[in-house]
Design a protein. Structure first.
Lengths: 555, 205
């Protein structure tokens, strides 16, 4: 800290003056400067100016010119209002869209077809599992994926506007997602017309989706027929599958593919090339009917007089079998089962019912039916179910335990994220749809199969396992460990002990599995828990990626 | 408890209260931790607000700093002022953020620019200071390279010693004065730039 050689010999340079003012100058130098300044106006002036500058700087820097954001003092669940708003906005938009374009018309059709509103939920779920028409939900799922990507894009862009690669990534993903539906939505759709008839001689070279009260296919459809309505009659030729949710389905013509039907009555007079999968009141397959492959039937009354190429699996009240089965027969009849004189079964027969089946003398059975007599017991299924539930509980518990041991920090943070239940459920809702779609897009685009498949794999693990985080959260709440001291949990209001978490996990899982036993509500609980858990995992991963500086709160 | 103020500004009762609170928080009391949090969240947010470019960054950093502080509370040496320790943790955190984002526009580690600075004319400086409001200074501060801004914030917001600044910024103790002075020069330039633009704008009909 020498005097500036460019100045007059005795003057002190600016840094010496600054250090003098800040008390950082050695004592001897400080005394020297002080003595010099008493006689030197120039240095005194500089000292004065620097001091004023210090004061201005201090004042400017310390001045409370803007309020401290309220979110820093709010409970943690309010820390992410943007996530709430986006998630629920999108969920609401998605639900509205789903309702107005799919469920509402379908419901109207169902009502027309004789299914009251109370049956709707049952129908939805019953159909859901069997419905090959999930393919036609592609557009919906894509819309969800696009919305999820928009959400992710918004978050990434908000956080990383400086990072062009993020923008490029998100934009290309969005472009891919937006380009796809155009290609995938090629199907002829008929809505809002009570009657639809494809006249004999006419041909539709496309998938045909029909919402109508009376549908009649006399011509040819080179594709699938997906119909919702009261009555569908196929007199012509369908080269693809027939999927029908409604009241009565008559197949007099030929279906080269599969028939999947949920409704009241199936009358089969013609030919089905592959399988039939049916859940309905009555199935009547007359002697001229032909099913190329197998038949899976759940119904009240079943009469099968035609030809079934492969296996038959039937669960019904009454089953009257009077035709040909090329493969094995598995039959459950809660009231009665009968093998008529024309019946011919080439494979094994397993029969379960309250009494022995009636086997007519002319019946050609390759082997005698293996019969299990089972009285009507209301709790047969329940007993089975209890055992399964216990197993599932155990598996989830072990999964949770392993995860807790392998990644205690991640586990804890995820439970913490689950505490933001609103955001978790909302984000989870998007992720449930978004991840598989993103993975599929990854599989079919340049991103690569490996990425897509491993993403799907991880997704499936967490789809089934995410409940452990919700369980621990629930356990904490029930055992009263949820003290947050009125401050944001991530700022430290979150107390955690792994030993306690194990107990909380056990209890929480018990509660979740207990809730799932409730009819109807159980299904919704399961869905909620999956969304919640996945959302919590999503939030945690996001935080880990976005804030690489954040310190995990491992105790 | 006027904990937001620097320790020398606190009276003995406040100091005692703060120490009690820290001791309770260290022994696991959530209420005490909540009290500490509420007391210091504001000052630390303002610190981050000055040190980091965006308000959202400052909000996130505040939360993260408190996560860190809570974890490290056991390591805090209670013979030192709590505020100094808190600001040190905050400074390290913010500096880490800036460093990891590679927006340190100035030189990376200890390479302090040693080109000589122009000796200021006291009267010119005085006039500039007279024309500059606190708001102008804050505006100019935002335009400074990260290290210069950080150095000024550490010194004039957190009252850090040169030793502490040296440690936080990873420069040698001897260079802290140079870093601070250079920062002031850059600030003056930014202020002068603002003024000339302001005057130009003022002249525009």
């Amino acid at each position: 800290m020498n005097a500036n050689p460019n100045q007059q010999e005795n003057h002190f340079d600016e840094i010496a003056c600054l250090q003098y003012l800040e008390g950082q100058l050695e004592r001897a130098r400080a005394l020297e400067l002080s003595a010099h300044a008493e006689n030197c106006g120039q240095c005194r002036g500089l000292l004065g100016a620097l001091e004023r500058e210090s004061r201005l700087l201090t004042r400017a820097i310390r001045e409370e010119d803007e309020p401290v954001p309220a979110r820093l003092f709010r409970p943690v669940r309010e820390r992410m209002p943007w996530a709430w708003i986006i998630s629920f906005g999108m969920a609401a938009a998605g639900t509205y869209w789903l309702w107005t374009t799919i469920i509402d018309p379908w419901k109207a059709q169902l009502n027309e077809a004789g299914f009251g509103g109370t049956n709707l939920v049952t129908m939805l779920f019953f159909q859901g599992a069997l419905w090959k028409g999930w393919g036609s939900m592609w557009t919906l799922v894509q819309a969800m994926a696009v919305m999820a990507m928009c959400g992710v894009g918004y978050v990434l862009l908000r956080r990383g506007l400086r990072r062009m690669n993020t923008i490029a990534l998100v934009m290309s993903a969005l472009a891919v997602a937006l380009l796809l539906p155009a290609g995938a939505s090629a199907a002829e759709v008929h809505k809002n017309q009570p009657n639809y008839t494809l006249a004999s001689g006419e041909t539709v070279n496309n998938d045909l989706i029909i919402f109508g009260s009376v549908v009649r296919i006399d011509g040819t459809v080179n594709g699938d027929v997906i119909a919702f309505g009261a009555n569908v009659t196929v007199n012509g030729h369908v080269t693809g599958d027939v999927l029908f949710g409604g009241s009565n389905l008559f197949i007099n013509g030929t279906v080269d593919g599969n028939v999947r039907f949920g409704g009241s009555m199936l009358t089969l007079h013609g030919k089905v090339g592959k399988n039939i999968l049916v859940g309905c009141g009555t199935v009547l397959a007359d002697s001229s009917s032909e099913i190329g492959w197998g038949a899976t039937i759940g119904a009240g009354d079943v009469t099968l007089a035609g030809h079934i190429g492969r296996d038959l699996l039937v669960g019904a009240g009454r089953v009257q079998m009077d035709g040909f089965v090329g493969g094995n027969v598995k039959m459950q009849a809660s009231e009665a089962g009968e093998f008529g004189s024309n019946s011919q079964v080439q494979g094994k027969i397993e029969y379960e019912g309250p009494k022995q089946p009636d086997v007519a003398s002319g019946a050609k059975l390759a082997s005698a039916p293996v019969v299990t007599i089972r009285k009507k017991e209301m709790d047969t299924f329940a007993g089975f179910s209890w055992w399964h539930k216990a197993l599932a509980w155990g598996a989830s518990f072990v999964f949770g335990l392993v995860l807790m041991l392998l990644a205690p920090g991640f586990f804890k943070e995820t439970v913490e994220s689950a505490n933001r239940y609103g955001a978790s459920v909302g984000i989870g809702f998007l992720l449930v749809f978004g991840i598989p779609i993103a993975a599929i897009i990854a599989c079919i685009t340049i991103v690569g199969l490996a990425v897509g498949i491993s993403t799907l794999f991880i997704y499936l693990i967490f789809f089934n396992g995410a409940k452990v985080f919700v369980a621990v959260w629930l356990g904490r709440m029930l055992l009263g460990k949820g003290g947050y001291a009125g401050i944001s949990a991530s700022a430290g209001g979150f107390a955690w002990k792994t030993s306690e978490a194990v107990g909380q996990l056990a209890l929480g899982l018990l509660v979740i599995y207990g809730l799932r036993l409730i009819p109807y509500a159980g299904i919704w609980t399961a869905i909620l828990v999956v969304c919640w858990g996945l959302g919590a995992v999503g939030i945690t991963l996001y935080r880990k990626i976005a804030n690489r500086n954040a310190v995990p709160l491992t105790a | 408890m006027e904990a937001g103020k620097r320790s020398e500004g606190m009276n003995a009762t406040d100091q005692q209260k703060l120490e009690d609170c820290i001791a309770r928080a260290r022994s696991g009391s959530l209420e005490a931790w909540g009290e500490l949090y509420r007391e210091f969240a504001g000052p630390i947010f303002r610190f981050c607000r000055r040190a980091l470019p965006a308000r959202e960054d400052a909000e996130d950093a505040t939360t993260e700093i408190f996560m860190k502080v809570r974890e490290k509370l056991g390591q805090y040496d209670s013979s030192r002022p709590f505020q100094s320790w808190l600001y040190k943790v905050s400074a390290n955190h913010c500096w880490d953020i800036l460093r990891k984002r590679r927006i340190r526009q100035d030189l990376e580690t200890e390479d302090v620019d040693e080109t000589p600075l122009e000796h200021p004319d006291a009267s010119v400086l005085d006039r500039l200071l007279e024309e500059s409001s606190s708001k102008n200074v804050r505006g100019a501060l935002g335009k400074l390279p990260a290290r210069s801004r950080m150095a000024l914030v550490l010194r004039y917001y957190s009252d850090m010693s040169y030793d502490e600044i040296a440690e936080s910024l990873g420069v040698r103790r001897n260079f802290v004065g140079v870093v601070l002075l250079r920062a002031r020069h850059q600030l003056r330039e930014a202020l002068a730039g603002q003024d000339s633009r302001g005057m130009a704008a003022g002249r525009t009909p």
